[in-house]
Ligand binder design. Structure first.
Ligand SMILES: C[S@@+](CC[C@H](N)C(=O)[O-])C[C@H]1O[C@@H](n2cnc3c(N)ncnc32)[C@H](O)[C@@H]1O
Length: 243
């Protein structure tokens, strides 16, 4: 199978996101929980895709700048902005490099389900630290690095209470990997797997202090779709503060 980029799958990814309760019922509420209440904040949505989180933040009164590598996803984001003007500025750029965002320009930054698609984690964290004002906050969401490892799988157990288990493989194997399902997101664009300690140590090395973490349980619809989510979290959300 030919490796795709988000640019190639923009329309498909937009539908994928709308069809999956995990985005609207698990990821978004928990991102908003970590962001907390705000007023007049200038927030960067780094790797914003089609602007799904950017719009939610703007609807709540934030001044939002979204940045993404994929022009086709940004075209969708701008189409949503035309339909519902929220004053979001969308820019094309690489989260690993300084251009086009200025130093000390945001009070907060979100990066949702995108660090897993970007090769240089240290460059991204340093970039986020650079664009944040002192004391600014950073919220990110990723697939859980302890359980969503290369080729991890669900299995069943002959246990009276816990019949579903996760077989975790390749935890120390930090690399990009593709699932064997060609119709899924990971089968198309792949994921960069890193250990939990790599995430946390790179975060503190870039000048952040961990404030809070969430390993969210599933919504009722998500639990029906993926029963194992009632046993094992497949997502990790972190809030950190620039120090
Ligand atoms: C799974 S999507 C998440 C998009 C959006 N944050 C959301 O939650 O819907 C991953 C995003 O990362 C973007 N991306 C990948 N590499 C990037 C990079 N180096 N710089 C900026 N964006 C990047 C992709 O274009 C894609 O929009």
């Amino acid at each position: 199978m030919t490796e795709a980029s988000y640019n190639d799958i923009a329309e498909w990814y937009d539908r994928f996101l709308q069809e999956r309760p995990v985005y609207s019922e698990v990821i978004l509420p928990n991102v908003l929980e970590l962001v907390g209440t705000f007023q007049g904040e200038h927030i960067c949505d780094l790797a914003c895709g089609q602007g799904w989180v950017a719009r939610e933040l703007a609807r709540r009164g934030a001044q939002v700048t979204g940045i993404d590598l994929a022009p086709q996803l940004l075209a969708l984001a701008r189409r949503y902005e035309e339909r519902e003007p929220l004053g979001i500025l969308y820019l094309q750029g690489d989260a690993q490099v300084a251009e086009p965002l200025s130093d000390n320009s945001f009070t907060g930054c979100v990066c949702v389900m995108a660090l897993i698609n970007i090769p240089d984690l240290q460059a991204v964290f340093q970039n986020v630290r650079r664009i944040l004002k002192p004391g600014g906050w950073f919220v990110f969401a990723i697939t859980h690095p302890c359980f969503e490892t290369p080729h991890a799988q669900w299995t069943t157990l002959p246990h009276p209470e816990h019949t579903i288990a996760r077989v975790v493989t390749g935890y120390f194997d930090e690399r990009r990997w593709f699932s064997s399902n060609p119709n899924g997101l990971r089968g198309r664009v792949g994921d960069y797997h890193r250990t939990l300690s790599t995430y946390l140590n790179t975060l503190s090395g870039a000048g952040f202090a961990l404030e809070r973490a969430i390993e969210p349980p599933p919504s009722a619809r998500q639990a029906e779709l993926v029963p194992g989510n009632q046993e094992i979290p497949t997502l990790l959300l972190i809030r950190a503060r620039a120090i």
